[in-house]
Design a protein around this ligand. Structure first.
Ligand SMILES: Nc1nc2c(ncn2[C@@H]2O[C@H](COP(=O)(O)OP(=O)(O)OP(=O)(O)O)[C@@H](O)[C@H]2O)c(=O)[nH]1
Ligand SMILES: [Mg+2]
Ligand SMILES: [Zn+2]
Length: 296
């Protein structure tokens, strides 16, 4: 028996690399399927090799067991993730800040660290960049400005990715695949064009796969999306996933304060000070959405 990590899943076959980096294509033992245990990209598994690899093809094997998962992302469906790299373009298409907060909540819910990459820095002026920086102050996440075109911020991005498993997520057309092609020459991920008519990307990337980096670590390029819904999230929990609220929550007068219109709410009183007004707006919007979901 050997241990490996699934890097790709397609049509009932799982591609994995063992601890030496040797590739095997595996099926799953029947019992795994009967237990409705879906194997996912990122899973650490125990497998039985049935054919060793040769010079032009991967080995073959059968997956016997899945090891416990550290975490799991639903969308994209990847498990055992070290961090989420959220990519937005600052222009063409313009950044949807609310979608950025939504992704951050989803990552917080799974306990996965997030950092943001605001891409296409080459398309905006220094003044516009300053405006964005002002808008984001104080923003509770690390962020970098990048350009896949000029190489701005790429060294920083590379450092952030080394020796970790990072999932790239963000709307279609933000430049996820383009950035990865620059970070790791030789990847040749397909990139798309921005539709002239709707100003959006065309969903060029379609399936999730762990791609190895020369400097160690793996990245997952994922298909972009335009909508994301909250799953298994209760309105009362939402504040826990806004890290900038953490130190304030215990100072609200009401213990079950929802930080909306209650008197003596320490969170609301900090808006415009330690809390970014835009982030608080997103909080209120998400609360309304979650309350609507609970009613129906
Ligand atoms: N000007 C400029 N264009 C960029 C940059 N990064 C990507 N693009 C362009 O933006 C378009 C979309 O890039 P992709 O890399 O395919 O975007 P994606 O996020 O992978 O999109 P999906 O796979 O659909 O989710 C392509 O035409 C790229 O050439 C950048 O930094 N600056
Ligand atoms: Mg792509
Ligand atoms: Zn409160």
């Amino acid at each position: 028996m050997r241990q490996g990590k699934i890097f790709k899943a397609a049509g009932g076959f799982f591609s994995l690399r063992d601890e030496e980096g040797v590739e095997f294509t595996c099926r799953a033992r029947g019992i795994l399927k009967r237990n409705r245990h879906t194997l996912m990209v990122g899973d650490e598994v125990i497998f039985q090799p049935v054919a060793e690899p040769n010079y032009d093809s991967a080995g073959e094997g059968v997956i016997e067991k899945v090891l416990p998962r550290r975490n799991s992302l639903r969308r994209p469906a990847v498990v055992n993730v070290d961090q989420l790299a959220v990519v937005f373009s600052m222009k063409n298409p313009p950044c949807d800040w609310q979608l950025a907060s939504r992704l951050a909540v989803l990552a917080e819910q799974e306990g996965i660290p997030v950092f943001f990459c605001f891409n296409k820095a080459d398309l905006i002026t220094a003044d516009e960049l300053e405006e964005i920086d002002t808008l984001l102050m104080p923003f509770p996440y690390t962020y970098i400005h990048t350009s896949a075109l000029t190489g701005e911020g790429i060294a920083m991005l590379k450092n952030n990715l080394a020796c970790r498993c990072s999932v790239f997520a963000g709307p279609s057309g933000a430049g996820k695949s383009s950035l990865l092609n620059v970070v790791q020459p030789g990847l040749t991920l397909k990139t798309g064009t921005i539709s002239e008519k709707v100003g959006r990307g065309k969903h060029t990337t379609r399936s999730a796969e762990l791609l190895p980096l020369d400097k160690g670590g793996t990245v997952v390029d994922t298909p972009g999306f335009t909508r994301l819904n909250f799953v298994d999230l209760e309105a009362g929990e939402l504040a826990h996933y806004f890290p900038e609220f953490a130190d304030l929550r215990s100072r609200c007068i009401f213990r079950d304060c929802r930080h909306l219109d209650e008197p003596g709410c320490a969170v609301r009183e900090s808006v415009g000070k330690s809390i970014n007004p835009l982030r608080y707006e997103h909080y209120r919007f998400f609360m309304e959405e979650l309350n609507r979901q609970e009613v129906y």
